[in-house]
Write a protein that binds this ligand. Sequence first.
Ligand SMILES: C[S@@+](CC[C@H](N)C(=O)[O-])C[C@H]1O[C@@H](n2cnc3c(N)ncnc32)[C@H](O)[C@@H]1O
Length: 261
Amino acid sequence: MNKTQLYAKFYDLEYVNKKDDVDFYYKLAQKVDGPILECGCGTGRILAPIARSGKAIWGFDINTAMLDITKKRIKTLKIKKVKIFEDDLTNFSSPLLKNKQFDFIFLSFDSLAYLAQKDGTFYSPQETQHRQYLALKNIAKRLDANGIFAFDLFAPNDLSKEYTIRHHFSRIIKNETWSLFSAIQIPTKHIFQIHYFMEVSKNNGVVQKWHYPVSAYQATFPEIKSLLGKVGLHPVKIYGDFSLKPYKPSSEQMIFICRKK
Ligand SMILES: C[S@@+](CC[C@H](N)C(=O)[O-])C[C@H]1O[C@@H](n2cnc3c(N)ncnc32)[C@H](O)[C@@H]1O
């Protein structure tokens, strides 16, 4: 397993039981009849239950190791209704997406923030803002005139809790102990880097360690609203968490449901 595959496996182990956002997007998906697109679908944590409910759903991600996990999850489902493919949010270059319109598009679990990096390149705040603009513009283009687009992003208030070294979990898998740790650095305003340290200890005492840095961009609420305006999207609901409390400046999350203007 290479480092990216390991990270995908650790990601999946860590979030397999995270359900609040799954319920949110699942309920929205049940309200539409037409095709659904998840951008940055990762390991299929949210896509798989929606696919299993019989909805026609497509999902793409830039990380093929994560997509392999998604494909395993949905292996038994009718392929016509579910399509999983590699693509980049900033260019939507897959021929599959050409001329395709979706009734519901979503971008979950802070994915917009992770446009601060690609393949080991770490972008400046200005570059990342532009990449976010491109992603939202592509999404707006593929959204049906009556469709909805939903996404969530951490709000600045959530970050202060994270500036520490964390032990995420340790799990025993087939005589090996898989442990994940992280530490956060803030190299420049609005950008933070999460340094993941992955460890696999075998029964015979051999310990393997990997370092996997991930960069994220902390957008502000006014910035996101301005970006949405620029791409012709209009928020119809804005929540501050997945219990659906209205967004306020002290909220820890920004959850948007948008339509085309
Ligand atoms: C925090 S994960 C969320 C994954 C999944 N949506 C979930 O909720 O579990 C962020 C995802 O965005 C993907 N991603 C980052 N940059 C991307 C890009 N330029 N194009 C497509 N996907 C990207 C990552 O590979 C990762 O799977």
